[in-house]
Write a protein that binds this ligand. Structure first.
Ligand code: PLP
Length: 375
């Protein structure tokens, strides 16, 4: 009987041992392709045919890892797994949505080679995903952003060749100076432009229905009980939640909201009670209810403070070696709060949208943290 080995994405079957000290293996990938490989006993596999590479950067979007939290879960008996979306090539979960939106627009004929992609990108990540794909496919890009974003994020967009228009954060969404309205105006004025409109475009939640949800389902072998995510456009939680609930209706989805955003109050009272206030967490929370959030796939909404989220981001880096942004840390704060009352056999997946590298001058800068009263 020959041994079989499990690698990250494939099954390896040893079909002949020790030919000149090398093993001949049959490698069957998760996508079904078969290749013969020779490997030395160290298991450093090299392929004798069928080189393994992506045709371009867009093919490497998705298939992000799921990691167990070990130190931050003291006193919690449930298994808490985090899904690391910063591993996407553009550095965030938004690569998935950008790819699906561009693919859909190309298929429907709304986007053609040489056109300009326009979008309002609250945290910059949507812009980065769009700009990365636009670079490969030959589109120009213009993005509007609120001025609370870090300099790193603005420069990242420019690095991919995008034009960036910075707008004030502290104005109402319907104010003509807001980043939503400025993008709208640019879309009207720019010939041959495609306005992505991530706040109303069904390609946004669908991206997660088609990729994030199935990945989590497969990675947990269907044993997921809780899915926890922050809510910006709501695309992630709605699309992933829909897929997971279709597989197993008992799966509970928990939305995490920063204090100052409208979602928590809206979810619990069905009213947009108060004018939204500003907060520091980047990427989640809203000051209006977008068309891309579907509350029927959300079982509860919990809220977190800026201080809790920023301190958790530091702990994730120092105690778990996981360097993420404030929206990821906020999701972990909310998740741990819920996980405290869960039993040992419960599996929780928490979605971490982006990397802490985007926030070195904020979260990981003591001066900035002190100035904002977050330490
Ligand atoms: C850092 C970060 N976290 C969370 C989110 C929220 O994801 P969604 O818009 O799918 O709700 C975003 C969205 O842009 C983000 O950039």
């Amino acid at each position: 009987m020959f041994p079989s080995l499990q690698s990250n994405d494939a099954m390896l079957f040893c079909i002949h041992s020790e030919i000149n000290e090398y093993y001949l293996l049959l490698r069957i990938s998760s996508l079904g392709s078969c290749v013969f490989v020779f490997t030395p006993p160290s298991r450093e596999v090299f392929c004798c045919n069928n080189m393994q590479y992506a045709k371009n950067i867009t093919e490497s979007i998705g298939s992000t890892p799921l990691i167990k939290l070990n130190k931050l879960v003291e006193g919690i008996v449930a298994t808490v797994l985090v899904k690391l979306e910063y591993v996407n090539p553009g550095g965030s979960i938004k690569d998935r949505m950008a790819l699906n939106a561009i693919n859909d627009a190309e298929k429907s004929g709304r986007l053609k080679k040489g056109n300009t992609i326009i979008e309002c990108t609250g945290s910059g990540n949507t812009g980065i995903g769009l700009a990365m794909i636009a670079a490969v496919r030959g589109y120009k890009t213009i993005f509007t952003m609120p001025d609370k974003n870090s300099a790193e994020k603005i420069n990242l967009l420019k690095a991919y060749g995008a034009q960036v228009v910075i707008c004030p954060t502290a104005v109402a969404p319907e104010d003509p100076r807001s980043y939503y309205k400025v993008a709208e105006k640019l879309a009207q004025e720019t010939p041959h432009s495609f306005f992505v409109q991530q706040y109303s475009n069904p390609s946004n939640p669908n991206a997660h229905y088609l990729s994030t949800g199935p990945e989590i389902w497969e990675q947990t072998e269907g044993s997921i009980d809780y899915f926890v995510a922050g809510m910006g456009t709501g695309g992630t939680i709605s699309g992933t939640g829909k897929y997971l609930k279709e597989q197993k209706k008992e799966v509970k989805t928990i939305g995490v909201d920063p204090i100052g955003s409208l979602y928590y109050d809206y979810y619990h009272t069905k009213k947009t009670v108060d004018a939204a206030k500003t907060y520091l967490i980047e990427g989640i929370g809203e000051d209006f209810i977008p068309g891309t959030i579907n509350f029927s796939y959300i079982d509860d909404v919990v809220r977190v403070t800026d201080k809790e989220a920023y301190q958790m981001a530091r702990r994730l880096a120092r105690e778990e070696g996981i360097l993420v942004g404030s929206s990821s840390a906020a999701a972990v704060v909310g998740a741990l709060h819920v996980a405290k009352r869960l039993s040992e056999d419960t599996i929780m997946v928490v979605l971490l949208p982006d990397s802490g590298r985007n926030y070195l001058s904020k979260i990981f800068n003591d001066e900035w943290m002190k100035e904002k009263n977050l330490l």
